[in-house]
Design a protein around this ligand. Structure first.
Ligand code: DAT
Ligand code: MG
Length: 153
C-alpha cells in the first residue's frame, strides 16, 4: 500500500535556476517518498521517446530542443495516488495560468519553460512507462521510511 510510483523531472530551466531543492522539498513536504533520483542529460533519442505523444504538434521540435539543452534531475516518487498528487502540486501546464500555491504557479512564468514534468494521471500506465524509460529496476530503492506511519493514517 501507499506504493504507487510516478515519474518526475526537474527540467533544464529548474536546474539552471537552482530550483531542484525547492521542487524536491515540495514533494517531500507533501509526504511523498523518494525512491530514485538521477542528475542526467537527455539525448535526442530519449527526448523523442519521452515526448512521443507530442510528435505531431507544432511545438515538438522546440520542446525537444529545450529538454536536451541542459541537465535535468529525474526522479521517482512513491505514495498514495502519487501520479495525481504530483500533478496537483505541479499546477497547470501553462505556468502563467497555473494556480498560486503550485510549483508552476509560484515559480514559473511561461508555457514551455514550466520547470517540472510529472507523468500524466489521465494516461493509464504513463507513470510505469516513463519510469522504465529513465531508470533500471535496480536504481529504484526499496526502503522503509519511518515517517510514512505519520503521513498516512
Ligand atoms: P504537461 O507537461 O503539463 O504534461 P503536456 O504533456 O501537454 O503538458 O506538454 C508537454 C510539454 O510541452 C509542456 O510541459 C510544455 C510544452 N507545451 C505544451 N503545450 C505547448 C504549446 N501549446 N506550446 C508550446 N509548448 C507547449
Ligand atoms: Mg504531459
Amino acid at each position: 500500500e501507499h506504493d504507487e510510483r510516478t515519474f518526475v523531472m526537474a527540467k533544464p530551466d529548474a536546474v539552471q535556476r537552482g530550483l531542484i531543492g525547492e521542487i524536491v522539498s515540495r514533494l517531500e513536504g507533501k509526504g511523498l517518498k523518494l525512491v530514485a533520483g538521477k542528475f542526467m542529460r537527455i539525448d535526442e533519442e530519449l527526448a523523442h521517446e519521452h515526448y512521443g505523444e507530442h510528435e505531431d504538434k507544432p511545438f515538438f521540435d522546440g520542446l525537444v530542443e529545450f529538454i536536451t539543452s541542459g541537465p535535468v534531475f529525474a526522479m521517482v516518487w512513491e505514495g498514495d495516488d502519487a501520479t495525481r498528487q504530483v500533478r496537483r502540486l505541479m499546477g497547470a501546464t501553462d505556468a502563467r495560468e497555473a494556480a498560486p500555491g503550485t510549483i508552476r504557479g509560484d515559480l514559473g512564468n511561461d508555457l514551455g519553460h514550466n520547470l517540472i514534468h510529472g507523468s500524466d494521471h489521465e494516461d493509464e500506465g504513463a507513470n510505469e512507462r516513463e519510469i522504465d524509460l529513465f531508470f533500471d529496476d535496480e536504481e529504484l530503492l526499496d526502503w522503509d521510511r519511518d515517517a510514512s506511519t505519520w503521513v498516512y493514517e
